[in-house]
Unconditional design. Sequence first.
Length: 333
Amino acid sequence: NIAIIYHDADFDGKLSNEVCRFHLGKLHPDAAIHSYGWDYGRPVPSPLKHLDPLLGDQSKDLWCDYDQIYIVDLSVDELMAQPELRDKIVWIDHHKTAIDKWVPQGLNKYKGSFTGYRIDGVAACRLCWQWFAFEKGPHGDPRTFASDVYLPAKQDFIDRRVTEPELIRLAGEYDIWDHRDPDAKVLQFGLRSLHDEKLGVLVHGQLEDCGDADILLRDTVECGRAIKAYCDRQNDEYSAAYSSTLDWEGLKFCCLNIGQRGNSDLVRGGLKPEHQAIFSWRHAGDGVMVSLYHAPGHEDIDLSIIAKGYGGGGHRGACGFRISLKQLSELIP
């Protein structure tokens, strides 16, 4: 009986879930595997133990009923703080603020307080693939890679010495803003254009290494390239017209109401030489989602410290938090 809690706000989290389901299904063909998509700011999902015809559907906090709980591409403080779940949890993540919080200083990134695999700067979907698919599993030969641990180290991913599906590499490099491969960005647009059925065919074809999987991936990339060219032009015109400069937390931010989920490209047209970072926000119904990003030439700034101070977290150059409209009005003149 296995649970997977994954970050459902982006393709890194969604692909992390798919990788886990793919390998766990092969390792435990008779297991019941339940996936729970989640994002920060929402109630923690509660598992359904059974459907009782007399009592009806009852959702209770019954995480102890699971034999294993995979938490991938995020951290769930409410569960990770429960000592009785500690031995059940396999935590695979790459977010600096979460790793700093839950891995005691001086401990190996995946031999820390939880079983799992954690490297700041390597996307979770890539870590998930190596956790299951490394030649000898999580306890393979430490001499295979440059690291002194059993699994690939950060430099092995940077140098692309790991073996993994092309879809996982491209999605993973995009998620940590490694844009050496221009296909990483355009693939995101192509993936968003796919209906669930076709997306499923692509994902499982890549994981199974089927014959047509690479053709479908190339088609998705080319579709994304055309979509991105159109979106970039629209976004540049909008951000150039409506962005402003925000002096906040000792930095000069390029500030913009993006009105949608997105990334720093939505603000690109409004960037000026004096901007040290990007402050994008959108109304999310019950509050405001704020995203902070590096501005070009200022990658040395750790924006996650600011996000953490407002109850959020993430990476040094891509992080966020949630506030109220009243708080936003106090931040933005």
